[in-house]
Design a protein. Structure first.
Length: 256
């Protein structure tokens, strides 16, 4: 479960205390406490979600970073493209190329993942403090992007799978995520469970699929944390694409 905080501006964010104790400061944002309007009201963090008002989005980012205790000057981010691409970074910078996962072991880098129903995931190596953030929609989930991010930690920073912790943030739950049988079967086929849809419009549990994938890869079940907040059910608190919102929530993470 997430511990929730709210600052003087009304900016609300959650953290997994277990991961903070490992040395990674992080925050899963809500939509509260910002300055954006319309379908992006109010703490929209996605520049492409509100292209006519970049100053509002940058102010929202400034508020979140200040609340969590991280520096925007250290931000490294990529354009999200609903892929399984994971990049390692060792310095701040805004990149035009696409990727949906980023990992680092740098003390001087803050990572960002945006979402509005898709799953924001934080992974942390308890020994080296290398970490990563992932934007995992159904396509990325079907292609095991979280597992690929863990693999990137092992390749780049010598992480061991048994030392990895996984935090699965607020996103659309099985209760609200109705998909086609093709999407359901393709996504579950990425696990050993291999569930098959028995109906034309099944409900997909992305949290369970990701959990199953990382356990199969070797992550200990007790080191997988789940926020449990459905962004569609709680669309007054989180941005939800399926609820008609245009804005994006975010996960930011950096070292202490």
């Amino acid at each position: 479960m997430l511990n929730w905080h709210k600052d003087i501006n009304g900016v609300e964010w959650g953290e997994f205390p277990e991961l903070t104790k490992l040395g990674v400061i992080h925050g899963f944002s809500t939509r509260l406490g910002g300055v954006s309007e319309g379908t992006c009201k109010s703490l929209n963090l996605g520049l492409l979600a509100d292209p006519d008002y970049p100053d509002r989005t940058l102010e929202n980012r400034r508020r979140l970073f200040q609340a969590v205790g991280l520096s925007m000057d250290h931000l490294a981010s990529f354009r999200q493209i609903h892929s399984d691409r994971v990049e390692s970074v060792d310095r701040p910078g805004i990149h035009d190329e696409g990727a949906d996962g980023t990992v680092t072991d740098s003390d001087d880098v803050v990572l960002l993942a945006l979402a509005a129903d898709c799953v924001p995931v934080l992974i942390v190596d308890s020994c080296t403090q290398a970490f990563g953030v992932i934007h995992s929609g159904w396509r990325g989930t079907a292609e095991k992007i979280v597992v690929k991010a863990i693999e990137k930690l092992t390749q780049c920073y010598g992480s061991k799978v048994e030392d990895i912790w996984v935090g699965i943030g607020p996103s659309i739950g099985e209760c609200c995520y109705e998909v086609s049988s093709e999407v359901y079967d393709q996504t579950w086929a990425s696990t050993d469970t291999g569930k098959k849809s028995g109906e034309s419009n099944p409900h997909l549990d992305l949290w369970a699929v990701i959990r199953g994938q990382v356990i199969e890869y070797g992550v200990k079940a007790g080191q997988i944390l789940l926020a449990g907040n459905c962004t569609r059910c709680e669309s007054g608190r989180f941005f939800s694409h399926r609820a008609g919102d245009g804005g994006r929530c975010g996960l930011i993470a950096g070292k202490k």
